[in-house]
Design a protein around this ligand. Sequence first.
Ligand SMILES: C[S@@+](CC[C@H](N)C(=O)[O-])C[C@H]1O[C@@H](n2cnc3c(N)ncnc32)[C@H](O)[C@@H]1O
Length: 312
Amino acid sequence: MGKTQNIYVADIGSMDLAQGKTICPYYKSSSHDFNLLCGDTFELLPQFNFKFDMIFADPPYFLSSGGISVQSGKVVCVDKGDWDKSMSPEEINEFNLKWLSLCREKLKDNGTIWISGTYHNIFSVANCLTQLGYKILNVITWAKTNPPPNISCRYFTYSTEFIIWARKKEKVAHYYNYELMKKLNDDKQMTDVWRLPAIATWEKTCGKHPTQKPLALLTRIILASTKEGEWILDPFAGSSTTGIAANLIGRRFLGIEREQQFADISVKRRKEIENLKINATYRSKIKDIGKSMVDAPTLFANEKEPYADLPF
Ligand SMILES: C[S@@+](CC[C@H](N)C(=O)[O-])C[C@H]1O[C@@H](n2cnc3c(N)ncnc32)[C@H](O)[C@@H]1O
């Protein structure tokens, strides 16, 4: 902990590490179900061989260009940070094509990827997915039940984000937990419009990330597309909402985050849910967990088949 440079090069000749480099995790939970690398995803992804069942990515939306909004009754600047600064359409395309190509290498053939965005980046993401051979399955509209107001009063209030769900291969079937999604939707087929609230204050006890996603959103995504014990990658982890949701329902996680301050929030969040009372409280606040009656995970103690572990 506390190091800014966590990758070092060593000629170890490992079968699992591409390019002969060793990767040093920033954090690894004792049960190996929560793993975090602090560094650049473009540099780190090519450095190891491992296939994931599912990827969730919340990449930069490129919308930090000095806009304003209202939070708790105050006018605030909505710039998220240097990582989110506006870029030209060509640069955005190049960025998306590159990371989506690296992620495709890390997916199992029957694996799926989810990418969140707004109109600033989502059309580029959709084009890149198709260009790279992914098959788009759905575009989920997350309709926020409590969006911030539009203070200019000159256009409609933004209240949605989009999440594209795609599988790696046109012809290889993917996993979809149809029955569970139906059950969560009062026994009617789950549609591609999800009415869920924006982030709540109880999710921010370990520090603030400017674009932290709600646990309820990630829980639904994970329940829909993975089975217990499976491996999930988040290449732009931020405060690791993906990893916390994954661990709350018994899935394994690798996150990659460039900013140490956000990696530190991630570690705090993971340690926080080791407290069984907090863990139970969070599970009880996420409606899909209660409705699906997912038991609290047993940290894989009862697994019959040993699962593959990361090569670092
Ligand atoms: C939209 S935020 C993700 C927020 C996350 N979903 C959460 O709930 O906290 C994107 C994150 O990607 C990180 N990031 C941007 N470019 C990166 C890169 N090249 N490698 C690793 N992380 C990067 C940023 O620091 C930021 O924390």
